[in-house]
Design a protein around this ligand. Structure first.
Ligand code: AP5
Ligand code: ZN
Length: 214
């Protein structure tokens, strides 16, 4: 099963990816997590990406497409994968079509901008696993600690309110056109497109996904 999770920053893509990975046993490919890992490791890609990400801008299509194609070619992606945060521009989506990488489901999480800003201010993350928490809506069992490892949770550098606003602008400009793009593919029978109300509680969204994909 090949799935794209589409939605604004903070719409819940990473949160539901964790659920879908467990439920369906397919790997999460989060371009954001991959870039943050490169930054932490201090690789040339990381050094280049850091400035762009901290400013809330998008990393170049060329770099991202290369990264994703390489990842999809790994053996653990043979039975499917979950794309989280990719594609984010029309050229990135075109690259998938041109490479004959067909997608079974495109799942859009619909969340208004005001809700996003509130979510980002309370987000805490465990970078090593990609697990995501919220201090109010999805708190860890022990404050500030990852449920499974007990590691300290951190605040993402790009979650400052000014950067979040910038990321939302870029989402509306460059990523939202993908809604029409994939609805068009769905009309041609090339994928299935589903829009979910992403403002519901985490468990409700997960239950809807389960029903949809079962
Ligand atoms: P990326 O890491 O992909 O960030 P994003 O798309 O902006 O999305 P987020 O991770 O912020 O949000 P999410 O939808 O995963 O929400 P989450 O589940 O965490 O990308 C970061 C940067 O990398 C980009 O800005 C760009 O620079 C670069 N980049 C990445 N991919 C790229 C690409 N393809 N091309 C170019 N550049 C790229 O949830 C958010 C919060 O809400 C959490 O606190 C969570 O606990 C809470 N929450 C989740 N669901 C609910 C719910 N139902 N109810 C209440 N709270 C909830
Ligand atoms: Zn995410």
């Amino acid at each position: 099963m090949r799935i794209i999770l589409l939605g604004a920053p903070g719409a819940g893509k990473g949160t539901q990816a964790q659920y879908l990975m467990q439920e369906f046993g397919i790997p999460q490919i989060s371009t954001g997590d991959m870039l943050r890992a490169a930054i932490k490791a201090g690789t040339p890609l990381g050094l280049e990406a850091k400035k762009v990400i901290d400013a809330g801008q998008l990393v170049s299509d060329e770099i991202i497409i290369g990264l994703v194609k390489e990842r999809i070619a790994q053996p653990d992606c043979q039975n499917g994968f979950l794309l989280d945060g990719f594609p984010r521009t029309i050229p990135q989506a075109d690259a998938m079509v041109e490479s004959n990488i067909n997608i079974d489901y495109v799942l859009e999480f619909d969340v208004p901008d005001e809700v996003i800003v509130e979510r980002m201010s309370g987000r805490r993350v465990h970078p090593a696993s990609g697990r995501v928490y919220h201090i109010v809506y999805n708190p860890p069992k022990e404050e500030g600690k990852d449920d499974q490892t007990g590691d300290e949770l951190i605040i993402r550098a790009d979650d400052e309110p000014e950067t979040v606003k910038k990321r939302l602008d870029i989402y509306h400009e460059q990523t939202e056109p993908l809604v029409a793009y994939y609805q068009g593919l769905a009309e041609q029978g090339k994928t299935q497109y589903h829009k979910l109300d992403g403002t519901q509680a985490v468990e409700k969204v997960s239950a809807q996904l389960k029903a949809l994909l079962a």
